[in-house]
Design a protein around this ligand. Structure first.
Ligand code: PMP
Length: 407
């Protein structure tokens, strides 16, 4: 089996390049704690930005729904129908994001992989931000439309591409909040270009829903483009696995567009429906989010605290090593350290101190920009963030000493 030999050889190569990924066995504990491989750790790796995954009201809703729905959902919604729970959730999702209609998928990844090929195909063109999430890239490739990638957040570059395009249908695709950098897309700027060039705009708000906008209604609401100001050119999607604290994805927008996606998205039609139990957990989560200003305030206080603590004086070890935060004011706070080996060594050293912060390496991020992706949550206390700050400053000082010695 030469294939197996080749894969085995390539696995060894990945290991040598510090690119072999490892899963840990984890169990959630109260607050932001997690048991990782048997050891209790303070986690800065979860996208559960409001701490809702552990909310008692969600577990209670699931317990109440269990006798009615059982666990599995049996078949595709097109074959076995969709449950009253899933139908109610779609209404509530549309209401929540203040758009005319929503369609609920079993995962965010499946949403993107289904929606994009439903919208465009051979002969059409996609204009994608270079830092878009993998699910947007895969959905684009699957569609067989021509994909062009513009430089991250560079609307001039996007304009040039749109001007040069002769495609009949044009689709602009962008993360609303970029998952590895934490910055926010210029949504009004993207919409203006979509209007000027008769394009559609697909926005992925996986990291904005629940944390951005009034009552956590997401990045589109924050941009003032929902409700009476909603644009028929925008198709909005998000996941239900991050701030919402459960699992699943949805797309929302103009009712005709959503009906088209329902008819054509293969990851909807040919996949088993999301279990009703999950819909019944998501429904109270949306209500908790709408009433969750205190949680969002808590999260923002932690973001400010971390940024203050990691903006070092010019002569500090951290600055000398070139470690720097990216310009993000969201819950995603990447500390860029450069080399893969440094990011991994930091993650290891933090783990030894009982802190769990993931190292993110290429191909998830560009070569030479390996980073710690620090994800903050309303479940973190001030003392939790202080612990992380102290550990990072101590490690920077140690590394700095090692660099000085090596010189
Ligand atoms: N889009 C973005 C921007 C994401 O970060 C993710 C999750 N990593 C997804 C889509 C996929 O969502 P899900 O995890 O629900 O499949």
């Amino acid at each position: 089996m030469s294939w197996l030999d080749e894969f085995s050889h390539r696995l060894n190569e990945l290991e040598a390049q510090h690119l072999l990924r490892q899963r840990r066995v984890v169990t959630p504990l109260p607050g932001a704690l997690m048991r990782v491989d048997g050891q209790a750790m303070l986690a800065f790796c979860s996208n559960d930005y409001l701490g809702l995954a552990a909310d008692a009201s969600l577990a209670e809703a699931v317990q109440q729904a269990l006798p009615h729905y059982g666990v599995g959902s049996g078949a595709s919604p097109m074959v076995s129908g969709h449950t009253a729970a899933n139908a109610a959730l779609e209404e509530e999702l549309a209401d929540f994001v203040q758009l005319p209609r929503a369609l609920y998928f079993y995962a965010g990844f499946a949403t993107n992989v289904g929606v994009i090929p439903a919208l465009v195909g051979l002969g059409d063109e996609i204009f994608a931000d270079r830092l878009n999430h993998a699910s947007l890239i895969d959905g684009s490739l699957l569609s067989r439309a021509r994909m062009q990638r513009y430089r991250h957040a560079d609307l001039d570059h996007l304009t040039q591409m749109l001007q040069a395009s002769e495609a009949k249908r044009k689709l602009i695709i962008s993360d609303a909040v970029f998952s590895m950098d934490g910055d926010v897309a210029d949504i009004p700027g993207l919409l203006a270009l979509a209007e000027e060039h008769d394009a559609l705009l697909l926005l992925d708000d996986a990291h904005g829903l629940g944390v951005m906008g009034p009552q956590g209604r997401g990045a589109l609401a924050a941009a003032g483009l929902t409700g009476a100001n909603a644009s028929r050119r925008i198709l909005y999607m998000s996941t239900l696995s991050k701030a919402v604290g459960v699992a699943g994805g949805f797309v929302a927008g103009d009712a005709t567009l959503v009906e088209w996606v329902l008819q054509k998205a293969r990851s909807y039609t040919f996949a088993t429906a999301a279990p009703a139990l999950l819909a019944e957990a998501i429904r109270p989560a949306l209500r908790r989010i709408a009433q969750g200003d205190a949680l969002r305030d808590q999260l923002h206080a932690r973001i400010l605290q971390l940024r203050r603590g990691l903006t070092p004086a010019a002569d500090s070890p951290m600055a000398s090593l070139g470690w720097s935060l990216m310009p993000s004011d969201t819950a995603i706070q990447p500390l860029v350290v450069g080399q893969n080996a440094v990011a991994l060594a930091l993650t290891d050293a933090l783990r030894q101190r009982g802190l769990w912060v993931p190292a993110i390496r290429p191909p998830t991020v560009p070569v030479g920009t390996a980073r710690l992706r620090i994800a903050l949550s309303a479940a973190h206390t001030e003392a939790d963030v202080d612990r992380l700050l102290e550990a990072l400053h101590a490690l920077a000082a140690e590394q700095f000493q090692a660099v000085l010695r090596a010189d």
